[in-house]
Design a protein around this ligand. Structure first.
Ligand SMILES: Cc1ncc(COP(=O)(O)O)c(C=O)c1O
Length: 333
């Protein structure tokens, strides 16, 4: 019997699923982070940030948390705030995906949309949101946990996701994840690397600015960091052995393929990773030794029902690509 005493106890210890592919010299494992209670690996971020703030004495019952995020971190903070007696305000802008905003509201979280005046305060919209979260927290006696620069965020991944993956597959060759704030892959990768010979590969959306100076707009909403914004302190590029880029169309068509043909409903960063894994393996020559890779399946596809899983939206934005579906069907068995 597996009985937990509180909601925090439900976070982590997620299952690993092995996938079949045409290449017998590779084992592909999916770390299914959508098994976390709010549906993503950002539940680990929320737990780490809230527990550290409680321990330091800064966070007390009834206080209000303010966080800049349009997505999974806000959803996870809204869930834990509801369970632990805090109020929660997510600072968002017009680019935030509707499905994620609805979930924040459902947990009782409030949304503060950046107004046009606040937009004009200067800097990139992400910077404006981050500054606003700090300002609102200060003015109201609340607290901004700051997932971007707070070292407790990567540390939380080091102590939990890193340990779990190492325990599940100690002789891992590759750990592949995406980067937004960079906290999850930096922390997880650091632990795995310190304990094994694993190589860490960081993937970002085409147009994102961690590894390229040529940023441009993109639809992917989980990972990525827009060009022109001040980069978060939590990304530790020394952990990564290699990096690459994946397009909106590659990510979204991969999500659709896995939902429609494999019963796996996951989000945009997972679509990026499964497309990348196919591309990466195809570019390696057949080897005698079996190699193992883990992909971090960060969130559930439930948050993407009104765009990547909406045919009309995909067609309107010219994102459908049949060739991607054909390539995937010839690779994943
Ligand atoms: C689904 C998903 N994947 C990946 C990321 C990137 O994670 P990190 O900010 O830890 O780099 C995010 C960030 O919100 C996300 O929501």
């Amino acid at each position: 019997m597996n009985i937990k005493q509180n909601l925090i106890g439900l976070i982590g210890e997620t299952p690993m699923l092995q996938l079949k592919s045409v290449r017998s010299d590779w084992e592909i494992y999916l770390k299914l982070e959508y098994f976390n209670p709010a549906g993503s690996f950002k539940d680990r971020t929320a737990r780490a940030l809230i527990e550290a703030a409680e321990k330091s004495g800064k966070l007390k019952k009834g206080m209000t948390l303010f966080e800049s995020s349009s997505g999974n971190t806000a959803k996870a903070l809204a869930m834990l705030s509801s369970a632990r007696g805090y109020r929660f305000v997510a600072i968002v802008d017009k680019h935030a995906p509707a499905d994620k905003l609805n979930a924040i509201r459902a947990y009782g979280g409030k949304l503060h949309f950046c107004t046009d005046e606040e937009d004009k305060e200067g800097g990139h919209l992400v910077d404006v949101r981050r500054n606003l979260a700090k300002k609102l927290a200060k003015e109201s006696g609340g607290i901004n946990l700051d997932q971007y620069d707070n070292p407790e965020n990567p540390l939380g991944f080091y102590n939990t996701l890193g340990k779990e993956i190492y325990k599940q597959i100690p002789d891992l060759d590759y750990l592949i994840g995406t980067v937004g704030t960079g906290s999850s892959l930096s922390g997880t990768g650091k632990f795995v690397k310190e304990h094994s010979q694993t190589k860490i590969i960081a993937i970002e959306p085409q147009g994102s600015s961690h590894f390229s100076p040529h940023g441009h707009g993109y639809f992917i909403s989980g990972p990525g960091y827009p060009a022109g914004a001040i980069l978060p302190k939590n990304i530790d590029v020394s952990v990564f052995d290699k990096n690459d880029f994946i397009s909106d169309s590659q990510a979204f068509n991969t999500m659709r393929y896995f939902a429609q043909h494999k019963g796996l409903l996951f989000g945009d960063s997972s679509g990026m990773l499964l497309y990348y894994a196919m591309k990466f393996i195809k570019n390696t020559s057949l080897s005698d030794r079996v190699k193992k890779m883990v992909l971090i399946i960060g969130d559930s596809g439930e948050s993407y029902l009104s765009h990547a899983f909406n045919d009309g939206w995909m067609i309107e934005n010219e994102l459908m690509d049949k060739q991607i579906i054909i390539d995937l069907s010839k690779f994943y068995l």
